[in-house]
Design a protein around this ligand. Structure first.
Ligand code: ME8
Length: 650
């Protein structure tokens, strides 16, 4: 099958934010998913550069619109690779081929009699770049931009949209999947119950020159939507380019703000051009920030680049796809993002991979063992069925843009796998040579499950999935795998050599946010989950992520003094880099005088504790030696070179 997936082309009067990132991640994920299903896929995004808003933004900066558009368009183009977004084509409405296609189409529709010249008065919203009907206004204002539209009365060209109203109603009604989710389809059908007005498609050059000139009247340029929507055709070489066959598989992703242009203007334009309708329109809701509308004036705009730098690309993609129910609004907060990173990624899937690979290394020499058929249990069969059901549910959900549901079904299985490790306890099996066959079966089940997880997570988190594939020794195989062939149980080859690899979800970050301590974290979880994903591995091993939770820092001792009635303790004041008080049990090994000026290593994120009435805000690290007579000697851990107090030790 062929799939052509597009995002809106973004206006160049704003820099990329998480709203743009979300739509484009959705389109990228869907493109990767359809490729995983074996489709021939083309994915397009780009920028919308003509119109009054852009001309004004350029003027404000004192540059020509073209120069301004070049700069912001490049910013969009450069943002996508940071997010592992890989479009096949990036279109700009100022591209010469686009200008030609728009003019050819205008001429064609004009020649057919579907464009006419007339006088019009109406309420023009510059933010929407369209006329709003009386009914759309709320207390005289545009409901999206909260501004009073301009009353414009002028002569313009009009597209005979009303002519296609009956056809459109019939098409939307008889194709329930044409516009989804259903709430937006209903919104469109309700709008279509009123008579459709014709669409104003021009601006006189006396008002606006930053646009595409009408081929049949040089005194006018096209109005923004007629220009913008046609990008979906130009990008695949309309009318007869070698890529134009992709049109048969066209699917557009947008947010609810531009439903009307995509669900009403665009289908009628396509009909007038004489092309078959696009396949599907997917409409999502809006991201707010901490329950508030995102806006430049409120200063709460979230930039994708900052998020990636702080949390890594996989966490950002996962969070956006998992957190929003497609079609509904959602609120962004760093707390929610960090909670998902810690629980879903580091704890659930990160831990599963590192524990399973550690056990495969320890008990099978990092080589996938052959499954011992005689030792397969009913529980194993239930797990295999659950894995295959997960692939099926995932496919249905991904195909209908219910990304959060697809991820839920994967995480249910991750939970099962963590329980599978606990109940089968490979470290116990390894102690009994009679259980060698069963141990191999358990390890094989784990290896094959990890393979399936790496496969289904590929569209969502391409970088993490690639690390998973490399750890499983299947980098090439998984890159070429198709869901139909590989999305079933038992495809892992015995003898495959595994590599422990790097941590899947390392903690990144410019500034370290306060982490909840282990107990607090556990409190929010169900008891069942705690048993499934213990913080510390059964064999006493911890993951890199867990190690990262301990904040070690260099501290310079500023003062040191004895504490009355406590002959083992000293009270220290240290700089790390802020000043804090520590109580250390080193009085028998160091005199206060010799400590001042020393640079030691402390645990900086330990909960404060009271000792002899003094609150200690951390712990000094020291090595302890006990000789044959039981005498204890402590040596403080220091740093070998000169380094600033407060430096992180890792
Ligand atoms: O409308 N939450 O461009 P635009 C989710 N050029 N998505 C959001 C969002 C938010 N808070 N804010 C923006 C235009 N978006 C026209 C489109 S297409 C032929 C022409 C996303 O820069 C979402 O995809 O205003 C929305 O539809 C789009 O950005 C609007 O981008």
């Amino acid at each position: 099958m062929t799939t052509y997936i597009t995002t809106p082309i973004y206006y160049v009067n704003a820099m990329p934010h998480i709203g743009h990132a979300y739509t484009t991640i959705i389109a990228d994920t869907y493109a990767r998913f359809r490729r995983l299903c074996g489709d021939d896929v083309r994915f397009q995004t780009g920028t919308d550069e003509h119109g009054e808003k852009i001309a004004q933004a350029a003027e404000k900066e004192g540059v020509e619109p073209r120069e301004y558009a070049d700069r912001i368009s490049a910013l969009f183009c450069q943002t996508w690779p940071d997010l592992d977004i890989a479009p096949d084509y990036f279109i700009r409405t100022t591209d010469a081929d686009h200008v030609k296609v728009v003019q050819d189409i205008l001429q064609k529709v004009y020649d057919r009699g579907d464009i006419y010249f007339s006088e019009y008065s109406g309420h023009y919203c510059k933010g929407c770049e369209r006329f709003l009907t009386e009914k759309e206004l709320k207390e005289g204002k545009c409901p999206d931009h909260l501004t009073v539209p301009e009353e414009i009365s002028e002569q313009n060209y009009f597209f005979r949209m009303s002519k296609y109203q009956d056809w459109l109603i019939e098409h939307v009604e008889s194709n329930p999947e044409y516009i989804t989710p259903e709430r937006y389809r209903n919104e469109v059908l309700s709008f279509l119950r009123e008579p459709l007005e014709d669409l104003c498609i021009s601006r006189p050059c006396s008002r606006l020159t930053w646009g595409i000139p009408l081929p049949f009247d040089e005194n006018f340029v096209t109005y923004v939507w007629f220009d913008a929507l046609i990008n979906y055709l130009t990008g695949i070489g309309y009318p007869d380019g070698s890529c134009f066959d992709y049109w048969a598989g066209a699917e557009h992703v947008i947010a609810k703000d531009i439903l009307k242009p995509h669900a009403i203007y665009w289908p009628t334009m396509i009909r007038a051009i004489g092309l078959p309708p696009y396949r599907r329109l997917h409409v999502h809701g809006y991201w707010n920030v901490d329950e508030t509308k995102m806006s430049k004036s409120l200063g709460n705009v979230i930039r994708p680049h900052d998020l990636v730098e702080e949390y890594g690309v996989d966490t950002v993609r996962y969070f956006l796809l998992r957190e929003m129910s497609f079609g509904r609004d959602s609120s962004f907060s760093t707390e929610a993002l960090e909670a998902r990173r810690d629980s879903d990624l580091a704890n659930d899937v990160g831990n599963l991979f590192s524990r399973a690979l550690t056990m495969l290394a320890k008990y099978a020499d990092s080589t996938v063992p052959a499954l011992d058929k005689d030792t397969v249990t009913e529980e194993d069969r239930v797990l295999a069925d659950a894995l295959e059901k997960m692939v099926a549910d995932y496919s249905v959900a991904m195909n209908s843009f219910e990304f959060h549901k697809a991820l839920q079904s994967i995480w249910e299985v991750i939970g099962m796998l963590n329980r599978f490790i606990v109940t089968n306890a490979p470290w116990e099996l390894a102690k009994d040579s009679d259980q060698a066959g069963r141990l191999n079966t358990v390890l094989y089940f784990l290896a094959d499950s990890l393979r399936l997880l790496a496969l289904v997570l590929r569209p969502v988190m391409p970088s993490a999935a690639e690390k998973m594939a490399a750890a499983l020794g299947l980098k090439k195989e998984l890159a070429a795998a198709k869901l139909d062939d590989e999305g079933c149980w038992g495809k892992m080859q015995a003898g495959t050599v595994l590599h422990q690899g790097e941590a899947l979800f390392p903690r990144l970050g410019k500034k370290k946010k306060e982490q909840p301590n282990k107990q607090e974290k556990g409190q929010g979880k169900k008891a069942e989950e705690q048993a499934v994903a213990p913080e510390v591995d059964m064999e006493g091993l911890i993951t890199f992520e867990q190690f990262g939770e301990v904040e070690l820092r260099v501290a310079e001792i500023v003062t040191a003094e004895k504490i009355k009635k406590a002959n083992k303790l000293l009270k220290l004041t240290v700089k790390a880099p802020e000043e804090r008080t520590l109580v250390a049990g080193i009085a028998k090994h160091y005199s206060p005088e010799e400590l001042v000026g020393k640079k030691v290593i402390i645990v900086a994120n330990l909960k404060p504790a009271k000792l002899m009435g003094i609150t200690s805000q951390g712990m000094v690290l020291a090595a302890k030696e006990i000789d044959a007579d039981g005498n204890e000697r402590l040596v403080l851990s220091t740093v070998a070179g000169d380094i600033a107090p407060g430096s992180r030790v890792a």
